[in-house]
Design a binder for this molecule. Structure first.
Ligand code: SER
Length: 320
């Protein structure tokens, strides 16, 4: 299967690429960032700006993918600092991807939506079909992206599908997300002996460990269309409080100093998101089931974070 991935230099792509290559897919990447060290040699890496239609069109016309996985986006916290740029990348970028798919006969576009598509005041667990009234530019563009993809499916026959991801945790350095405090407890807890989270200890949002997230993408991407009752699915795994995450880190790094100094703007974003998602449609339609709870994730993650820090040393990016 030929798969074109936008934004694969980010948190998801870093873990996704080796898995796609490992299962025999022919992969090309479109990303502003340069090819990272460790990217599998089989992957074609093309640098470009998703806001310029001709750039993504040129690659799509040449590579002729069966599928596009559209990951390129500016996340919630970063997007609030550069809302107009976030709009261009997230909104124009999604339209450019869908247009490239339409123009060059791509069969499927896979879209990565988010818990940020939701706004405040919803009762947990939050299902798929609730009013979507996000308060961040990231969330607004993701809701519009969901709707635009469904328009392209209805009018141009593109197989459009995707998931609303919880905050994702892996052994990577996240960039610009409001959910990043969780991962930095592990990374900075190990690298610096402590971390001051920008949220309250009782902050709760849905999280998911990256291996579950990648398996969700692959399972939904490959599911028979006839099984799917909708295009975009909530998927859920765990909803720990920030303090419960801190306890999981404390149990694995003796003496680590994890504290909380809530930043009003970022805490307000967290407060606007659901505590718990209802993902029963995903479970019923394509058999979604998460494997990792907080303890299993923490056990698996710790050695990977250590390997990341050992590999990156002083060059590891600082947290946002
Ligand atoms: N991880 C994302 C963020 O924090 C949520 O989709 O912006």
């Amino acid at each position: 299967m030929k798969i074109l991935i936008t934004g694969a230099g980010g948190q998801i792509g870093t873990d996704l690429l080796p898995i796609l290559v490992g299962r025999g897919d022919d992969v090309a990447v479109f990303d502003l960032a340069p090819r990272p060290e460790g990217c599998p040699a089989e992957v074609e890496w093309v640098r470009g700006d998703i806001t310029y239609a001709e750039e993504i069109n040129t690659l799509t016309a040449r590579f002729r993918p069966h599928r596009i996985m559209h990951l390129a986006a500016i996340l919630s916290a970063a997007g609030e600092g550069i809302p107009h740029r976030a709009y261009r990348i997230n909104m124009d970028g999604t339209r450019n991807v869908l247009e490239a798919a339409r123009l060059f006969g791509v069969e499927q576009v896979f879209f990565t939506s988010t818990i940020a598509a939701f706004g405040p005041g919803l009762t947990s667990p939050v299902g798929d079909d609730v009013p979507l009234r996000p308060t961040t530019m990231y969330g607004i563009t993701k809701v519009a992206g969901e709707l635009l993809g469904e328009y392209y499916e209805a009018n141009f026959g593109i197989d459009f599908r995707g998931v609303r991801f919880p905050g994702l945790i892996n052994a990577g350095i996240p960039g610009g997300g409001t959910s990043d405090y969780a991962l930095f407890m592990y990374v900075d807890g190990m690298r610096s002996g402590g971390y001051e989270s920008f949220c309250r200890p009782d902050a709760v949002i849905p999280f998911m460990y990256m291996p579950d997230a990648i398996r969700a993408m692959l399972e939904l991407m490959d599911a028979p269309k006839a099984d799917l009752g909708r295009s975009i699915y909530n998927i859920a795994a765990i909803s720990p409080t920030a303090d419960e995450i801190a306890d999981a880190v404390r149990a694995r790094i003796p003496g680590v100093d994890l504290t909380f100094a809530p930043d009003p703007a970022r805490q307000a974003i967290l407060d606007s998101w659901p505590d718990v998602l209802d993902d029963s449609n995903a479970r019923n339609d394509w058999g979604w089931n998460h494997e990792f709870d907080l303890e299993a994730m923490s056990d698996d993650l710790m050695p990977k974070v250590k390997a990341l820090i050992d590999a990156q040393g002083e060059n590891a990016p600082a947290h946002a």
